[in-house]
Design a protein around this ligand. Structure first.
Ligand SMILES: [Zn+2]
Length: 327
């Protein structure tokens, strides 16, 4: 598929998502005319390709009924799952805190739609591992063990239903290491084809440099993530100016309570050589805010398209590998 047709598909799927409710209502008469129990969109009509409508909810496990999932599993069509992981954490002054969960879920959903009905999206982790962001109010963090336990429990449930190919698609830097650490044990315990990666892994730095202008190519809350928001979630962005930022007089090196200090002590990024060490944090925070001004909707579309293609490709390879193991 070339870049242009991917872009078209990308837009179509958004239009489709927005129109989903309307289409369902419009088709009501038609639905009632169908044989009782038949689905509005059969697997047959969907397999004709991207021209036909796929309700984007169909690839979200939690939006399906048990009947729908059962039929897909028993028919052998549903083979794999993507489990998005993210974080609810501060994303500077301008981004709603859901970014990492929202981005990973969107990319998972778009990839699953391209592979429908082979792939389902499992419920995303509600939060992630982010103690080092606790000095900014609003951040919620799980303990590393809680986060790993969440992922394991979801994966184990999926396995019990017969899904033996699972990609954990991560959207938050702080989750990357805990996932990589846990993978070998999960593979041993579950005996399934499971992998974990972050959505930006599919685009090498050399390529990122061709369309991201900031020095920090994938910086948290900077040009990279703000661009994704501009393309996909403009309602989750707030206008800001650097004057407002400076007027807020933020100081992350010292402005935190003893309770917050406890969280900072948990993580090596904030606690070094027996001391809280946030040197450079104010400068980093301000630079992210400035780099967010470079964000562009088109940049976000390129990032998302590449991430979606990366996940589609990864899932196809994983499904093929699982099939080869069986035969
Ligand atoms: Zn983020």
């Amino acid at each position: 598929m070339n870049e242009q047709s991917n872009r078209r598909g990308f837009f179509q799927s958004f239009a489709t998502a927005a129109a989903a409710a309307t289409v369902t209502n419009k088709n009501k008469g038609q639905l009632l005319a169908q044989a009782p129990g038949s689905l509005p969109f059969t697997v047959d009509s969907l397999s004709k390709g991207r021209e036909s409508f796929i309700n984007p909810n169909r690839v979200l496990l939690w939006e399906n009924t048990r009947k729908e999932i059962r039929e897909l599993l028993e028919g052998g069509q549903l083979k794999a799952a993507i489990l998005p992981t993210g974080s609810i954490e501060q994303h500077n002054e301008h981004m709603a805190m859901v970014a990492d969960v929202a981005n990973a879920t969107l990319i998972s959903q778009q990839a699953a739609l391209q592979l429908f009905p082979q792939v389902i999206v499992a419920p995303p982790s509600p939060c992630g591992y982010a103690p080092y962001h606790m000095a900014r109010k609003g951040t919620i963090t799980l303990r590393k063990e809680t986060f790993q336990a969440y992922v394991f429990d979801v994966v184990e449930s999926l396995k019990a239903h017969g899904i033996r190919t699972i990609l954990v698609l991560n959207g938050h830097g702080g989750n990357h290491q805990p996932l990589q650490e846990a993978l070998p044990e999960w593979r041993k315990k579950l005996g399934i084809n499971i992998d974990a990666d972050s959505y930006w892994s599919g685009t090498p730095q050399s390529e990122l440099k061709t369309f991201v202008r900031s020095k920090q190519l994938t910086s948290h809350a900077g040009e990279f993530e703000t661009s994704i928001y501009k393309a996909a979630f403009p309602g989750r962005l707030r206008p800001f100016t650097m004057e407002e930022y400076d007027d807020a007089n933020l100081n992350y090196e010292s402005d935190f309570s003893p309770e917050v200090e406890e969280f900072l002590r948990r993580d090596g990024r904030s606690f070094k050589n027996g001391e809280i060490n946030l040197a450079g944090e104010n400068g980093r925070d301000r630079r992210r805010q400035e780099e967010a001004l470079l964000a562009h909707e088109k940049t976000g579309e390129i990032i998302l398209t590449r991430a979606i293609n990366f996940v589609v490709d990864r899932m196809q390879k994983m499904i093929t590998a699982t099939d080869a193991r069986k035969s």
